[in-house]
Design a protein around this ligand. Structure first.
Ligand code: THU
Length: 144
């Protein structure tokens, strides 16, 4: 896979960003292990809190298309400082995409490349917990 195509896809998705509150438009593009590209942009709304980042839009789109294996994710902004994924996106990328390569880009230029593992060390994931299978139902004697 040519990185240029992935980076161009992230930049193109950035053009669809809906960011009237922050003015910060972000595009992201995920590459699957079989070379498909699925992109997303950030989508803000009036509550602000329901904003969705570009990376998660791309990730959820991909998962909803049955894609489960990824190799890299390009992120495109116009910011002077290279834009890495936020903490929430790091968590979800880690859980659903694994140790992918993260390409930080501007104007279709690659600025930095990182492994997600390096951006998100000591991640919490499903390897850290087991369901409490021995838990008993609460004693609701007062409610009977
Ligand atoms: N944003 C992303 O889309 N991805 C990130 O990883 C960082 C932040 C968006 C969310 C919000 O719409 C705007 O950038 C400012 O935080």
């Amino acid at each position: 896979m040519n990185h240029a195509a992935l980076i161009a896809s992230a930049e193109a998705a950035r053009g669809f960003a809906h960011a009237p509150y922050s003015g910060f438009k972000v595009g992201a593009a995920l590459e699957t292990d079989d070379g498909e590209i699925i992109s997303g942009c950030n989508i803000e709304n009036a509550t602000l809190g329901l904003t969705m980042c570009a990376e998660r839009v791309a990730l959820f789109k991909a998962i909803s298309m049955g894609k489960t294996r990824f190799v890299r994710c390009a992120i495109a902004t116009a910011a002077e400082k290279p834009t890495p994924p936020c903490g929430s996106c790091r968590q979800l990328l880690w859980e659903f995409a694994g140790d992918v390569e993260i390409l930080l880009t501007r104007d279709r230029q690659l600025l930095e490349a990182h492994r997600l593992q390096d951006l998100f060390p000591l991640a919490f994931d499903r390897t850290h917990f087991q369901p409490e299978t021995t838990a008993q139902p609460a004693n609701n004697a007062d409610c009977t």
